[in-house]
Write a protein that binds this ligand. Structure first.
Ligand code: SIN
Length: 274
């Protein structure tokens, strides 16, 4: 089966597609490789009405690469690769509460993330995604030339607020800054993406002070997260998303105080960025 034989329904003009009629617990190799191509084309793909166990989610995840074991996030007891993202009714913050791409504060940020909805609020708790290819492509030639060879410094923020259930399970070591190209070439498609997170993670440009870097990073971040480059997914129990962190940002919307949301997340190990 090639990607044209999958039922692919794009979410917006910018990115994201739902794939219908697929059971992730019984995925043959041809359907998997077609879904992989849709992910490369759309940046994030969604499957609805899945009914899978943690073991089945793990088996599906392993088809995308090596599963990352998080050193200090709470995981399912029998499945150390599955982080259980819980926001309780009285939590006022959400996990990952700003535009980011997973593990950018490490030298080998996550390649893909798989997120499976176990419990969702009646309304709210959507996740937004932004297309970093579009962010790069729509810059002026002058800006592309200016940033072509720049690198950024990203640092993990130990002090950030977290939902009560998402406290680290082990003491966090002091994070080393991670350096990445500001313009990242995607290793599979060859396309260029504007590669950065919000300023709390992507703090500065290598060789510049934070003060010097901030105006340029702020401009580029605001540009990358324009509504025109985004899609928004409304979750239901049984929805599965897979996104490509090398060319997409995501943002969990914190608009469901009073309700509980539980997600099972697996990240796939990534490669060095240059
Ligand atoms: C995440 O940032 O990995 C979680 C996204 C979400 O909960 O929607």
């Amino acid at each position: 089966m090639d990607s044209h034989q999958l039922a692919v329904v794009p979410l917006t003009g910018a990115m994201g597609a739902e794939i219908h009629g697929v059971d992730l617990a019984r995925l043959d190799d041809k359907t998997f490789s077609a879904a992989h191509q849709v992910l490369l084309d759309y940046g994030v793909i969604f499957f609805r009405n899945q009914n899978i166990t943690p073991m089945q989610q793990m088996a599906f995840a392993k088809r995308w690469g090596n599963v990352h074991l998080h050193p200090h996030m709470p995981c399912l007891a029998d499945h150390p690769g599955i982080i259980e993202i819980i926001k309780k009714e009285d939590d006022t913050t959400v996990f990952g509460a700003n535009w980011h791409t997973d593990q950018m504060f490490t030298p080998t940020p996550a390649r893909y993330t798989l997120l499976y909805a176990k419990q969702v609020p009646p309304v709210g708790g959507d996740t937004l995604f932004a297309n970093l290819y579009m962010a790069y492509d729509t810059l002026s030639e002058g800006m592309k030339n200016l940033i072509a060879d720049l690198h950024t410094i990203s640092i993990y923020d130990k002090k950030k607020k977290r939902p009560a259930a998402m406290k680290p399970t082990a003491p966090e070591v002091d994070a080393q800054p991670a350096e990445h190209p500001l313009v990242r070439q995607h290793p599979e498609t060859g396309r260029k993406a504007l590669y950065l997170c919000h300023i709390g993670i992507t703090r500065q440009i290598a060789g510049m002070t934070e003060e010097e870097s901030k105006p340029l990073l702020t401009y580029l971040f605001n540009h990358a997260t324009k509504p025109e480059f985004t899609c928004r997914f409304r979750w239901a129990v049984g929805s599965m998303a897979i996104w490509d962190n090398r060319r997409a940002l995501h943002y969990p919307v914190n608009d469901y105080y009073g309700y509980r949301r539980v997600m099972h997340r697996i990240t796939i190990e990534g490669e060095r960025t240059f």
